[in-house]
Design a protein. Structure first.
Length: 575
């Protein structure tokens, strides 16, 4: 069932999409097996959980349910080559991308290898001089410093020319990637990527750091190490899973669950230093996404990704605090640039009269390359369509692309490949470079491809609603069970509920430094008042005054303040 209504949310129409009730027989059987309300069983069936065993794995994640790493294609080759390098005292270079997934993966693999072998170094490419992925400059660095083996993390699956270049210099590559391969694979010693067509690993949604974790897990087998020995590394894996927005299912859910436990109990000094200023006692996956990840990312965006690796591999807490303070400054600079460039990009769109296009493609040569991905996401908040933001990088134009729900921007870029020098990424995020003379050719081709392939509904943001409930259904038992649905993420999103004909009890007010948020005390029928907050919803305050009845979409939160915990509704929308 769809509800369409207009909201000043960045001048867009929104769709309220109430998910259809799942198969009632399946929900009834699952409710009986689990001894829970049918309502809870319906939420589980919506997530593809229909059996007792699936529910057990969902509610009780276990490290025993992680797959054998040697099920991954080429894992045996990767392990054999690393063992040979250790035996022969070769120099090993751990190479990774400059984002959160890449820097955490490099930190994880390098810190483990250093427990086995002293000749380990790390390399993060410079975002501005080298760009994304494996670089010729990095390979030259390896040659100049006598590295005979490079382990590439979160990149490399399409670096055919780079791997051939390295091979000519007698440098071997092991590629650990999670992006989609091209038609041909690089000539590496081993390629660990569950998205390979010939790889039958049971789970293909690991992030780059997750692939790195499977590699060190495999290296531990010969040393009789168990999964317990690798738990201390899971704070890095959980951070990467959260930041890279991979599905919160299967192995990702297990790794994130136990990784959050490490973050909240014994995080490595670098992560402990990043969260030192947070006053929450217990961090959840949202805190990782919005507090830890942006700071790690800021190093590569503003200065250099190696700063993040230095922080994450530091074992002295006092030193880590100094590194974290430095990264905090980078993050502040990132915020300022983000705000400035977004404003300029919005003005460019308005001036160009292109608001009616199916895409947003903008360019300015002095925009900071490190924040154009964030800016692309900001533009989608205003003009909800596939978006590409370009800046000048050397003699080329470099861009970050972001997409709207349901539309595969990577496929669209493949259809425009004749105009691109190189590109890579996945369904919702990608990067690319092109020559200046191809900019308008690409812009027109991208508009044409999207116009011809996107479903019109995808151009209207949607809020998916799990169920309609009454406030009286919000009980301590419900909240306890919903907490066990965590950690949340793609394919296991925080449940969104619809409640109708509620009213504010006279406390409605705008809050926040810029007065953009809305604070309410809601009541429905004879229920007790429930505190509610709507981030970015202050423009809807008139709907809530004078005892007017309205409908709300919300998630159920627990608000922690001054050591007290209370139920709070986090409003998604009002009508």
């Amino acid at each position: 069932m769809l509800f369409y209504f207009y909201t000043p949310y960045k001048s867009l129409f929104m769709r309220w999409n109430l998910k259809p009730n799942p198969d009632p027989q399946k929900a009834k059987q699952l409710a009986e097996a689990l001894k829970v309300d049918v309502f809870i069983a319906q939420l589980l069936v919506q997530r593809g959980i229909t059996t007792f065993e699936q529910a057990r794995q969902f509610f009780r994640p276990s490290l025993d349910d992680l797959h054998n790493p040697f099920l991954m294609k080429d894992m045996d080759k990767a392990v054999a080559r690393i063992e040979k390098a250790i035996e022969n005292k070769e120099n090993i270079l751990v190479f990774g991308d400059y984002d959160v997934d890449g820097t955490t993966a490099v930190s994880l693999v390098s810190s483990y290898l250093k427990t086995l072998h002293p000749n380990i170094a790390t390399y993060i490419p410079d975002r501005y001089e080298e760009g994304y992925g494996i670089s010729f400059m990095g390979i030259d660095f390896a040659e100049d410093n006598d590295f005979s083996l490079i382990i590439a993390l979160d990149c490399g699956i399409k670096s055919i020319d780079h791997i051939d270049y390295a091979k000519a210099k007698n440098i071997d590559f092991i590629i650990c990637d999670h992006h989609r391969p091209g038609e041909c694979l690089p000539n590496a010693v081993a390629i660990l990527d569950p998205k390979r067509n010939d790889c039958h690993y049971p789970y293909d949604e690991l992030c780059g750091c997750g692939i790195g974790f499977k590699l060190i897990q495999a290296l531990g087998v010969k040393r009789h190490q168990t999964i317990e020995d690798f738990i201390p590394y899971l704070d890095l894996v959980a951070t990467a899973i959260a930041a890279d927005i991979v599905p919160m299912t299967g192995e990702n859910r297990i790794l994130a669950h136990f990784g959050l436990q490490v973050i909240n109990s014994q995080p490595r000094p670098g992560i402990k230093a990043l969260i030192h200023q947070i006053k929450k006692k217990t961090l959840d996956i949202t805190d990782v996404v919005f507090v830890i990840a942006p700071r790690i990312n800021a190093a590569g965006r503003i200065k250099h990704g190696q700063h993040a690796v230095t922080l994450l591999t530091e074992f002295d807490f006092e030193q880590a605090k100094l590194f974290a303070a430095e990264i905090e400054k980078y993050n502040a600079d990132r915020k300022d640039l983000d705000k400035k460039i977004t404003k300029e990009a919005l003005q460019q769109i308005e001036d160009s009269q292109e608001q009616e296009h199916f895409t947003t493609v903008v360019f300015q040569q002095d925009w900071h390359k490190g924040v154009i991905g964030i800016v692309a996401s900001r533009l989608i908040e205003t003009y909800y369509r596939p978006t590409v933001v370009f800046t000048k990088s050397g003699e080329k134009y470099a861009a970050s692309a972001r997409s709207v729900k349901g539309f595969d921007v990577y496929n669209a870029l493949e259809d425009c490949a004749e105009h691109l020098e190189q590109f890579g990424g996945h369904m919702y995020a990608a990067g690319m470079t092109l020559t200046s003379e191809n900019y308008f050719k690409f812009k027109n081709a991208f508009e044409k491809v999207v116009r011809e392939t996107i479903h019109p509904d995808m151009l209207t943001p949607e809020i998916a609603i799990d169920a309609e409930i009454n406030f009286s259904d919000i009980t301590p038992r419900l909240i306890r069970i919903l907490k066990q649905f965590e950690p949340f993420g793609p394919e296991n999103m925080t449940p969104v509920f619809l409640s109708k004909k509620v009213h504010d009890t006279g406390y409605a007010k705008k809050i926040g430094s810029d007065q953009t948020h809305l604070k309410l005390q809601l009541k429905q029928s004879l229920t007790e008042n429930l505190s509610a907050i709507g981030f970015g919803l202050s423009h809807k305050i008139d709907l809530t005054t004078h005892q007017k009845r309205f409908d709300v979409l919300y998630c159920i939160d627990e608000n922690e303040w001054n050591d007290a915990i209370a139920i709070q509704l986090r409003l998604k929308d009002i009508r």
